[in-house]
Design a protein around this ligand. Sequence first.
Ligand code: SOE
Length: 363
Amino acid sequence: MSERKQTLNVAMIGSGFMGDAHSYAFCQVSRFFKVPFDLHRKVICARDRVRLEATATRWGWEEVETDWRAVVSRPDIHVVDVAVPNALHAPIAIAVAQAGKIVLCEKPLAMSLEEAERMAEAARGVPNLVWFNYRRVPAVAFAKQLVDEGRLGRTFHYRAVYLNPSGTNSTKTKAWRYRRADAGSGASGDLLSHSIDLAIHLNGPITELVAMSHTFEPERDVDDATAFLARFANGSIGTLEASRFGVGHRNRNAFEINADGGMLRFNLEDMNRLEYYNAKDEPNVQGARNILVTGPNQPYAENFWKPGHPIGYEHTFIATLGDFLGALSRQEAFHPNFDDAVAVQRVLDAAERSAASRTWVAL
Ligand code: SOE
């Protein structure tokens, strides 16, 4: 008779795009990962009741609620996932942590570095996660493995871009992501935060940077594009850029590492592949291998489909949740967590100050 699993009643605050992606992960995680918990999609909460009920029906949430405080104060709720506009991350996540509950939060963690530090302080005593989901694209996890195995040796350059064309679409630009009061920033918090998290994860801390930001739409109060030059603690140099005016792309989250031992290159728009150039190959056969990262013997090959069968964007949320619940059951720290997100916020803060002063800023 299988051992009775501990029940985890989950609450989701938010019912938009991320509400769907996270709900999918809560539905599917036990089918792909050995989850030592019984996850219940207990209650979903948002302001717009009509949309809320549609999302609840679609993803099998048991109850709906329109007041997040009522959810956070419920004794039967163990996990609260915060997937609402950035301005609400701090008040909700801090209340969840102070109620002693497990707290999951979308990125960027906060509206400012000061707020992010307060959130991390509040969450110090509870298990916590920030949805930098691209760390768990198998091809990205494989890049991390190759870096950690020392296959690249000394890094010279880290180059990243995150390009989508959403800023050119006038209907989209009325959304909360385009208002400083709700989002805190534009392309930098929304897109560059992902690039910064991957840069720190794959190449270590950034020690100083010089940045520029630009807004193409005159009446908009957030950046449409931000780019910066960086120095890393490991001695490498980097360029990181994000734009919502990346016409010609859909969701190009890409990076390249040039190092002594070779090169690694990834692009989310071809997410099941990693390019690897081994500088130790014979010169006449040197070239970038285009590796299909679907197993065998590659990250998450045991969790998803047989080798050769590609996966999608939604699986990165399943892998994030699966690894989090695994770490939770073993009482181990999980990454990315609120402290990792503070490191990202520190870079965003430096970039904003550098762009304003047009000077290099040390971190
Ligand atoms: C922006 O359009 C967005 O949805 C980001 O907010 C997400 O974080 C990113 O994963 C996809 O693009």
